[in-house]
Every structure is written in structure tokens, then in C-alpha cells.
Design a binder for this molecule. Structure first.
Ligand code: OGA
Ligand code: MN
Length: 279
């Protein structure tokens, strides 16, 4: 084995120790992918990858995302920052990343994985937290698993963003509404045979359920899923490369000083399977 790994929390997150050469060779891509979906989040320290190296590594891991509904930055590079000058197209959406979410739930096939390297650290705050939604599903009582298996949840951009900006302008709200609403099963039966909860602040309501009952259920599941035993909290250091399996986790950034210009460079891998219910 050209790399070793160390568990960061019992239920989520591993630190991978690997040389830059081994990482970029692609020779271990399958093993790294397997560990990623097993552990939800992989962290590598002290790599100091350039954009080209990060993009190259991303391509060894899967299908590099060049554009979703709108085209993403230069050859897949997305600058994750609240600074609208740095990212005129997307910075206006990133405030929503402070709420627990999965990326791209408005798409039929949500992105598989995301990789971040820090470029400017926040002076204060700005840690990123992750939840393992395989583990949160696993721990539910059996009767509840049966019940949740039958449900579909409608995800919308308004549900994702409004709670983070209740004083938005009508124009902003109208922009969010241009994104499609998307129904996904609440329990994802992955091709691998494993199952995970599909939870995100973007979850607007359970299809066909009374709105009050739906809100209760989604709130309770979010409470369940964000208990400390399912969470890994990442404190960023320059040189880091962090990757998460977007199909089995959710994430959020903790509040930070926006004047600091916090910025991360991100590459994303396209999804490989739609959110599928039980056959
Ligand atoms: C993202 C995201 C969190 C962060 O890039 O999708 O939610 O810590 N980022 O900036
Ligand atoms: Mn995100």
C-alpha cells in the first residue's frame, strides 16, 4: 500500500498519508475512491497542490465536472468565496453553504465528489463540518427505515437559501426560483448496495404529506443526523486537500469573518447514478 490512513472520528473522516507523486500518479485512485465512500471525507495535509495538480488528481478519481446548469470556472475550477469580484457568477449563492446541505440536489444526478484546497484562510471561524448520512441511516430503528423507504422529498433552491437570508429581495428570491424543483427518494439505495439518507436544507417537503407532518419529519431527521457522533469538523490549514463523497454526506461552513476573503479552490466530479429508491 502506497498510503496509510487514520480515522479522524469513529463514524466519519480519514486522514490519508500519501506522497504527492503517488497521489498524482493515479495508481491508487480506485483504493482512494473506495476509502472515500467508506469514510465520507478524506483529508490530506501538507500537499500544497497547484490548480493544475488538483485538476489532474480530480481526473484520476472520476469524471471532472466542467459545467452544471451554468458553466463552472476555468476548466472545472470553482473559486469558493463570498467575494463577488472573485466569483461573479456563484458568490451570491455561497452564503447558503452555512446551512447543512448536499451540493446539487436540484439535479437529477447530484455530483459524486468535491475537492477543496484553501487559498485564503479565514482569520476567525470558517471550519467546515461534515455528516455521514450512511451512518445516520444505519442507526435508525428498523420500522422507521421501512417507512422512510417509501418517501420522496422535493428539493428546491428557495428551501436551501431562504433560511440563510430571510431579508432577501424579491429579485433574489425570483432568481432562486429559476432553479428546478427536484424530487428524490429520502433513502438512497446506492448501486453498491449501501443505503444513505438524502438530507439537506434544500429539502422543502415530503411529497404527498401534510406540510406540518412533513416539516416535523424533516426537522427531526436533521436533528438526528447532526448529532456530534456523526460529525467531523475540519480546521483548515494551508496545504490541505479535502475531498467528500457528496452522495453520502452533507456539509456546512461555520461562520467566519467575511472581510478575511476566505477562499478555497474547488473541483467537482460528476455524479454517476441518480438517487434511486428500493427496486
Ligand atoms: C462547497 C461548500 C464549504 C466551505 O464548496 O460546496 O459548501 O467550507 N463549501 O466553504
Ligand atoms: Mn456545498
Amino acid at each position: 500500500m502506497a498510503f496509510t490512513s487514520l480515522e479522524l472520528e469513529p463514524r466519519i473522516g480519514s486522514e490519508l498519508k500519501i506522497s504527492k507523486e503517488s497521489l498524482l500518479s493515479g495508481a491508487h485512485a480506485l483504493d482512494i475512491r473506495a476509502l472515500l465512500v467508506q469514510r465520507g471525507v478524506l483529508v490530506m495535509r501538507d500537499l500544497y497542490l497547484t490548480d493544475d495538480e488538483q485538476r489532474h488528481f480530480a481526473r484520476t478519481m472520476g469524471d471532472l465536472r466542467l459545467g452544471g446548469i451554468k458553466k463552472e470556472g476555468e476548466e472545472g475550477l470553482m473559486k469558493v468565496t463570498f467575494d463577488k469580484k472573485e466569483n461573479p457568477e456563484y458568490a451570491k449563492f455561497f452564503f447558503g453553504s452555512q446551512l447543512w446541505h448536499m451540493d446539487g440536489t436540484y439535479e437529477e444526478v447530484p455530483p459524486f465528489a468535491t475537492m477543496l484546497t484553501p487559498r485564503v484562510l479565514a482569520n476567525t471561524g470558517g471550519d467546515t463540518e461534515f455528516v455521514n448520512n450512511y451512518a445516520t441511516y444505519e442507526d435508525l430503528p428498523q420500522e422507521e427505515k421501512f417507512r422512510l423507504d417509501t418517501l420522496k422529498v422535493v428539493h428546491t433552491m428557495q428551501a436551501a437559501l431562504f433560511p440563510a437570508k430571510p431579508d432577501c429581495s424579491p429579485e433574489e428570491f425570483a432568481l432562486w426560483c429559476t432553479y428546478p424543483a427536484r424530487a428524490h427518494p429520502l433513502v438512497w439505495h446506492h448501486k453498491s448496495g449501501r443505503k444513505s439518507l438524502v438530507l439537506s436544507t434544500s429539502a422543502s417537503h415530503v411529497a404527498g404529506m401534510h406540510p406540518a407532518e412533513s416539516r416535523d419529519l424533516l426537522t427531526r431527521l436533521m436533528w438526528h443526523a447532526t448529532q456530534p457522533r456523526y460529525v467531523y469538523r475540519h480546521k483548515w490549514r494551508m496545504g490541505d486537500l479535502l475531498m467528500w463523497d457528496n452522495t453520502g454526506t452533507m456539509h456546512r461552513v461555520l461562520p467566519f469573518d467575511e472581510e478575511s476573503g476566505r477562499k478555497l479552490h474547488r473541483f467537482t466530479l460528476n455524479g454517476e447514478e441518480p438517487v434511486s429508491a428500493a427496486a
